[in-house]
Write a protein that binds this ligand. Structure first.
Ligand code: NAD
Length: 408
């Protein structure tokens, strides 16, 4: 489709969809979405957006043409499509823009969109490099656009309730967070063949290459860093880490496993681990406080409380024989004190357990309609993404690196 056709069919489609939206949901203000980057996540976000009354998709921009038909199927109509984001942004009938391109393009796409003044739902991570993050924050702020970052777990009811209780002191003082994102799979997407020059490989598997991806630390860890920032009320100050290719020697240049320790004020830590060889732990985040712990997963949260402390002093057991569960020891420990707690926890109960992405995009549409402020705003995106950008270098350098704060 050429530029003129794109713009013309866009107007017709916008008119038609506005009519349908008004007929179906007369009470709500229509929100006509444009999408930049309609791949896997863009389509998932879109699927959820289309469940919100009054939302329609009116334009997509993607440089990979098979996406057009996929979006048409999702939308149940032909959506005007272009490969050039400037063409999409030149349209005057779009109310908000969803950006779900690869992270290395976020700065270009978000800043161009911010200049048009339109509200943006931008996928995480905010930006790829330290400079990208500063620039995005500066431009979004300068143009005063509504911006929500795709940290959808901020909208998960069980995470909100668990962290509200942590802030209220239910587990004492939270000092450490251990976050795991463990999988068993190669993280590789199938590329159509033939693929001369590996162009499609890099377009489709951009996550596997260091120049276009922050690897597991950014792609998965950004969610956990954001949650740790939420719990601790600040961004981390420094990070030290490592990564390696342990299993998948297939030409990728990011690690197939990564470990990083993020330092917050007062000696508080986030320890993050992602491996791709064993999925036993799955995706879970533990907040450890002085009086208890809470485990947050992608579908629930559970509290565990510390039992009354046994004596921590080795002197108390000197010369004594301790017999517990068939173990006889005179050593300076008691098995009861050192064994992991294996009893039941106390599950967080919430009124709804709505899909976090649906909750996030619905909240965004409410903010666009002026009903409330944005919770996962551009500052929240910045604080997680800047840590990811620095960690991406730190896990290769294996040096402790400082994480800069926002300049504004
Ligand atoms: N919030 C979440 O839980 C979550 C989950 C998955 C991915 N993501 C994020 O979403 C973003 C996209 O990830 P994905 O898995 O959908 O990747 P993807 O590769 O499936 O999709 C990216 C799309 O962008 C298109 N694209 C590439 N260059 C472009 C350009 N110059 N102009 C327009 N389109 C272009 C690609 O053709 C592709 O269709 C990433 O930032 C990723 O971190 C977020």
């Amino acid at each position: 489709m050429n530029r003129r056709d794109f713009l013309q069919s866009a107007s017709a489609a916008a008119l038609a969809s506005t009519t349908i939206a008004r007929a179906a949901t007369p009470a709500v203000k229509p929100i006509r979405l444009g999408v930049i980057g309609a791949g896997s996540r863009g389509q998932e976000d879109l699927r959820q957006f289309l469940r919100v009354p009054g939302v329609s998709v009116e334009a997509i921009c993607d440089i990979y043409p098979p996406r057009y038909e996929q979006v048409n199927r999702l939308a149940g109509k032909t959506v005007p499509a272009t490969a050039n984001h400037h063409e999409l942004l030149a349209r005057t009938d779009l109310d908000a823009i969803l950006i779900a391109s690869p992270v290395g393009l976020h700065a270009e796409h978000v800043i161009a969109t911010a200049k048009t003044g339109r509200p943006i739902y931008g996928e995480k991570a905010l930006g790829f490099t330290v400079e990208d993050n500063h620039n995005i924050l500066a431009e979004v702020t300068r143009h005063k656009v509504l911006f929500q970052i795709g940290h959808e777990y901020r909208y998960a009811s069980w995470a909100q309730e668990a962290i509200r209780r942590v802030h209220a002191g239910d587990i004492g003082t939270p000092t450490h967070i251990y976050a795991y994102w463990h999988r068993n799979g190669d993280w590789r997407r199938t590329v159509p063949q033939p693929d001369p020059g590996g162009k499609l490989e890099h377009l489709i598997n951009w996550r596997l290459y260091r120049e276009s991806s922050g690897g597991l630390g950014t792609e998965l860890g950004s969610h956990h860093i954001d949650m740790a920032n939420w719990v601790f009320g600040e961004q981390p100050q420094s990070v030290i880490g490592t990564n390696s290719i342990c299993r998948y020697h297939d030409g990728r240049t990011v690690g197939d496993n990564v470990q990083a320790v993020f330092s917050y004020s007062q000696g508080r830590r986030l320890v993050f681990s992602s491996i791709t060889d064993n999925a036993k732990l799955g995706c879970e985040l533990w907040i450890y406080g002085t009086e208890g712990s809470v485990q947050i997963t992608i579908e629930d949260a559970t509290f565990y409380f510390e039992k009354k402390k046994l004596s921590n002093s080795p002197d108390d057991s000197v010369g004594k024989t301790v017999v517990e569960r068939g173990v006889v020891t005179g050593a300076s420990y008691s098995t009861a004190g050192e064994m992991p707690y294996r009893g039941p926890g106390e599950k967080v109960v919430t009124a709804t357990s709505e899909d976090p992405t649906l909750a996030a995009v619905r909240s965004f549409t409410e903010a666009v309609r002026g009903e409330h402020e944005i919770f996962a705003d551009v500052h929240c995106g910045f604080r997680a993404a800047i840590a990811c950008s620095v960690a991406h270098d730190a896990v290769f350098e294996e040096n402790k690196m400082s994480i800069p704060s926002a300049k504004i």
